[in-house]
Design a protein around this ligand. Structure first.
Ligand SMILES: [Zn+2]
Length: 79
């Protein structure tokens, strides 16, 4: 299985939540090894989520992850 950069970004939240099949995870990891752009995208998202998890132990407000995605895409120059 080969994932495109678009598919990586579409499935990013499932990947971080560990809500994907083993095969998809394998393809995801393989993509991240050879695509620095997506690796930076995943790292950035993980870092932000880790910061949030440290400081706030309650559920994220509605729409938060959508705004996070928009902000990340802007900062990393992806679309
Ligand atoms: Zn990529």
């Amino acid at each position: 299985m080969v994932l495109s950069c678009r598919e990586i970004r579409r499935q990013l939240s499932d990947y971080i939540d560990d809500d994907i099949s083993a095969g998809t995870r394998q393809a995801f990891d393989a993509h991240l090894l050879r695509c620095r752009h997506c690796a930076a995208f995943v790292d950035g998202t993980r870092n932000i989520l880790a910061l949030i998890a440290d400081e706030r132990m309650f559920p994220l407000p509605a729409g938060f992850s959508e705004r996070l995605h928009i902000r990340l895409q802007r900062e990393l120059g992806t679309s």
